[in-house]
Design a protein around this ligand. Structure first.
Ligand code: SF4
Length: 185
């Protein structure tokens, strides 16, 4: 990976297990800040649990975190309304990616970050070919750069699993919104 030391990078983190290897990789290459904006997560207790774990990882790595608001009603109105029964990976998920990446790009541009990226492509079922074009679109809109890596590649997923297990990081068993909860919960 190229040397971009000193450049400001805002990394949207969806959760700690998906982000830990990315933070470890980027913290030495960039002036890194982590951005927690995930109003999709339901219920509130789960949201707080995931956020606490991201804060813990960032504390260990000495990386600052921006803790955005839990705009769950806005997320529901703009993303899920009418799409409650759509299968995971469908239109609701694309809107969910857009919702979070739009806010990340807007914050990055307003706060003079040169790069932004997201841990979203780390997820086993998350397609980089869906997520990265959305990031590029907002990068263009806000005139910044999007780091369009598929974070599942290059052994990062395995590295993330190793670190997560060493640090005993909480690993959830569903994507995040109430519509992705396992049926037996
Ligand atoms: S399943 Fe995951 S990506 Fe899809 S809408 Fe729910 S939280 Fe968002």
């Amino acid at each position: 990976m190229f040397d971009e030391s000193k450049k400001k990078f805002l990394l949207h983190s969806c959760c700690a297990p998906c982000s830990v290897a990315i933070i470890d990789e980027l913290k030495d290459q960039f002036d890194l800040t982590v951005f927690f904006y995930n109003p999709n997560i339901f219920p509130l207790e789960e949201y707080l649990k995931r956020k606490t774990e991201v804060m813990r990882v960032c504390g260990d790595c000495k990386v600052p975190v921006v803790d955005m608001d839990y705009e769950a009603d806005q997320w529901h109105g703009k993303v899920a309304e009418g799409l409650e029964n759509v299968e995971e990976g469908g239109e609701r998920c694309s809107l969910c990616f857009r919702f979070r990446l739009a806010k990340s790009a807007e914050y990055a541009a307003k706060n003079s970050f040169e790069f932004f990226g997201s841990s979203l492509t780390s997820g086993r079922n998350k397609k980089a070919e869906v997520i990265n074009p959305i990031g590029q679109e907002f990068a263009k809109l806000y005139k910044i750069n999007f780091f369009d890596v598929d974070w599942k590649t290059g052994g990062r997923q395995e590295k993330g699993s190793r670190i997560a297990s060493t640090k005993n990081i909480y690993r959830q068993n569903y994507c995040g919104c109430k519509f992705s909860l396992p049926k037996n919960i």
